[in-house]
Write a protein that binds this ligand. Structure first.
Ligand code: AMP
Ligand code: MG
Length: 785
């Protein structure tokens, strides 16, 4: 009793003896009893033609032998080869055992759209259920990026009229599988869903648990068998009861449970289709499901308007979401000097701080003025040898003071430097020497002999130093512009040939401004910056360019880089302010006591590979160094996104840097919603000119930027799979192809495979990067002789 004339009746029944239909029977009979008792009459109910036990016996009797085989045969065939799970992107990792805790979000499809959907169904000889189910399957397909989608649906199961008045468990669950082909139209999908649904009704008699027993899908306590998303449309409106002096009203019960990952329950009402989306709270946040409901609305509206559009072209995003993803969350615009080349920026700095230290290595060092002069002298020599704008000069040197003179000298001559590592295979070096057509190779006496035979003119930066010092000490005049190439860095190519990424001055100058505004925003004047990356990796570029802002480059020689203890010692001894390394390297440095040492760098940048959650959590808490995750492919000029560890509880590659555009797109190049995995495309100032001498590959990987209003803007297709988080940061999920990173090396497994296949004794080959021992990733080739 809630009040004078207000009561609440609560009945709890186990589903094993009841079902949705039974509730109607129960309420009707309780009401009849109430009416009779309150009038002092003995209640009477029409006798039941059968009891549940009769039904059970009857079902056992016919559902065996041939009849059962026919029913089962249909399902075996229908569900054969279905994916074992619907891979929905979740907010949290799936617990090993489903807790079945759940919650709901309301769904309301406006009446106009609902009417149009019903008309669409009618026109196709289908039911509203089929239209809504097909749409739900499209949505699930988009979210999971799978195209084979099984959805469960309950069916009343009372196919015999005699069972209608019984209370008992008759309901069954049908698995409705759809092949969602993005190139097909919704009308085509609807016709598929219609035949699947009709066939399922025909074969509805196999109890779900029997089906599971027979199909033996791989079982997993973390998800329900055969399907993880459900759809229900209650089209029989529940009758409202009226008795003398009494009115009834159903009270919605929040069960706080969810049997499946997602259940969409709709009812037809005068206001359109209404209902709820129930979700497992183990997996999803309310905001995520709320967004999903928004996408369902956009999708249904588009289907109603354009049933003949391809599924791929159906939108999901609401207008505010598109604005957020394409505009608001993109890198801010930032000014940077567009009329300047790298060497000009250096010369300007050298004028400002001529006597400051520009570079230190072992016991050698150069001031800004000295470095400027030596680079000018080298540049004069290079100009005489034919170097000028876009002319490539191969640089084969170890990290040293001379290496810096070499790079700057090449740039001052107007050329582009092509760093190569003398320890690479001779075939590799030979390919680069011919591919670049370099007229000059800059090297060191010791390394000269490791180079394969070549036509280019050699200059040894060490032994030829005295000779070079005879050249004029002012900068030579050249016609180089910021649109000319600054460097070419080679990376692994899947067809067996490494490819040279061509980077323009403008892109590097943008990187300088972008990093200064973000990760280096706390920089002091004249910091000491470590140069530890191999020059043939573009990570070295972000280290080197800090000299443009007056900082001192502290070159870590090879022997110190290879030895972690020595490196930790050096970091302290050199009093480094900024360090940049791979996550694996940082872990080693931390294990070796970096955080306890006398002098800890104020900033550490890690990049090149994903950071593991434990390292992230640990380093997010230390006051010094402040650690940043930076992400970017060589094709987009070193770094494209960044995030401080302390700005997120879990690893993220963060937000786009200034003047960088990022898009997370599906297979048909449409933006995907927050939370959904897609391929990362990068645009903006950092995008490379392309691959040297590889026009087709360039056209394949660098595509027009359809989202930009800037004429000629291009996007680089990274091959990285990421997803937006609700806070506008990007989570890195992995690769869409067979590119791997092993000890910092970016490797196309196809490059190795095609090399192996070139051997006459090899019939077939597959290469994998395996990590059988944590932290020890290796390349393993499997051959068929
Ligand atoms: P590279 O061209 O050598 O810089 O390699 C670029 C690739 O390395 C990217 O496409 C990613 O696959 C991976 N990568 C670079 N930085 C990160 C990062 N911070 N987190 C995860 N992966 C990264
Ligand atoms: Mg990179």
């Amino acid at each position: 009793r809630l009040g004078q004339d207000s009561h609440l009746l609560l009945v709890t029944m186990h589903h094993i003896v009841s079902d949705g239909w039974s509730m109607g029977v129960l309420v009707r009979e309780v009401a009849a009893f109430y009416e009779a008792f309150s009038a002092g009459r003995a209640p009477t109910l029409a006798p039941l033609p059968v009891q549940y036990a009769d039904f059970a016996m009857w079902q056992r009797g016919w559902l065996q032998g041939e009849a059962l085989d026919a029913q089962l045969g249909y399902w075996k065939q229908q569900l054969s080869g279905a994916p074992s799970a619907l891979d929905l992107p979740t907010d949290r990792s799936r617990p090993p055992v489903q807790s079945r805790r759940g919650a709901t979000v309301d769904v309301h499809i406006p009446s106009q759209v609902s009417q149009a959907l019903k008309a669409l169904a009618q026109g196709e000889g289908a039911t509203p259920f089929m239209v809504l189910l097909a749409a739900w399957q499209v949505l699930l397909s988009r979210y999971s990026t799978q195209d084979d989608i099984s959805v469960g649906t309950p069916i009343a199961g009372r196919t015999q009229a005699e069972t209608e008045g019984l209370i008992g468990f008759f309901v069954n669950t049908l698995v409705l599988r759809a092949h969602v082909r993005p190139e097909e139209t919704f009308r085509q999908l609807l016709s598929q869903v219609k035949s699947t649904t009709l066939a399922a009704y025909e074969y509805q008699h196999v109890p779900f648990e029997k089906l599971v027993e027979v199909l033996q899908p791989s079982r997993d306590l973390s998800r329900s068998a055969l399907f993880q998303a459900m759809f229900t449309l209650q089209n029989a409106p529940t009758e409202t009861l009226r008795l003398a002096g009494l009115s009834f009203q159903t009270v919605p019960v929040d069960t706080r449970s969810s049997k499946f990952d997602l259940t969409l329950t709709l009812v037809e009402s005068p206001q359109g289709f209404v209902g709820a989306l129930t979700y497992a709270t183990d997996l999803f946040d309310a905001s995520t499901v709320q967004r999903m409901v928004g996408h369902l609305g956009v999708l249904l509206e588009a289907i109603a308007a354009k049933p003949d559009a391809t599924l791929a072209s159906l939108p999901l995003l609401t207008a505010p979401e598109r604005q957020q993803l394409l505009v608001e969350w993109n890198g801010p615009s930032a000014e940077f000097p567009r009329d300047l080349c790298l060497h000009e920026a250096f010369a300007a700095q050298a004028l400002r701080t001529p006597d400051a230290l520009a570079v230190i290595c072992r016991d050698e060092q150069l001031t800004f003025r000295e470095l400027d002069t030596r680079a000018n002298q080298l540049a004069h020599r290079l100009v005489k040898l034919g170097v000028g704008p876009d002319v490539r000069v191969v640089l084969c040197v170890e990290r040293s003071v001379e290496a810096i003179v070499g790079i700057l000298g090449i740039l001052k001559a107007g050329g582009a430097y092509v760093p190569i590592d003398p320890s690479y295979p001779r075939e590799w070096l030979a390919h680069v020497l011919t591919d670049t057509g370099a007229p000059v190779v800059l090297t060191q006496q010791r390394l000269r002999d490791s180079l394969p035979p070549h036509a280019a003119h050699d200059i040894c930066l060490d032994s030829d130093a005295a000779d070079l010092a005879c050249e004029p000490s002012h900068a030579p005049a050249t016609s180089v512009t910021p649109e000319h190439l600054a460097y070419i860095i080679y990376t692994s190519g899947s067809t067996g040939r490494p490819k040279g990424v061509m980077i323009q001055h403008r892109s590097v100058l943008n990187l300088r401004v972008a990093l200064a505004a973000t990760v280096h925003s706390g920089a002091q004047p004249a910091e000491r910056v470590s140069v530890n990356a191999p020059l043939s990796f573009d990570a070295s570029v972000k280290q080197l360019i800090q000299v443009l802002d007056g900082h001192t480059l502290c070159i870590v020689p090879d022997e110190a880089r290879a030895d972690v203890r020595e490196l930790v010692h050096r970091i302290g001894q050199d009093a480094l302010d900024v360090l940049d390394c791979s996550p694996a390297h940082l872990r080693l440095l931390v294990d070796e006591g970096l955080l306890e040492s006398q002098s800890i760098p104020s900033r550490v940048l890690v990049g090149g590979e994903a950071v593991d959650p434990a390292t992230w959590r640990h380093l997010a808490q230390v006051p010094r160094p402040r650690v940043f995750n930076v992400y970017g492919p060589t094709e987009c000029t070193v770094d494209a996104t960044a995030c401080a560890f302390d700005a997120s509880p879990t690893p993220t590659i963060g937000r786009p840097l200034p003047n960088v555009r990022v898009y997370v797109l599906d297979r048909t190049l449409r933006p995907v919603p927050v939370g959904v995995a897609g391929e990362l495309f990068i645009g903006g100032e950092g995008v490379a000119r392309g691959y040297l001498n590889r026009p087709e590959l360039t056209a394949d990987r660098f595509i027009p930027d359809g989202f930009s209003s800037t004429p000629g803007a291009r996007l680089y297709r990274t091959g990285d799979v990421v997803r937006w988080r609700a806070d506008g940061m990007l989570d890195y999920l992995g690769r869409a192809d067979f590119q791997v990173k092993v000890r910092g090396f970016r490797i196309e497994l196809g490059e190795i495979e095609s090399c192996l296949l070139g051997h006459p004794a090899v019939h077939a080959a597959v290469v994998l990067a395996r990590e059988d021992v944590p932290g020890d990733k290796r390349l393993v080739a499997y051959l068929v002789p």
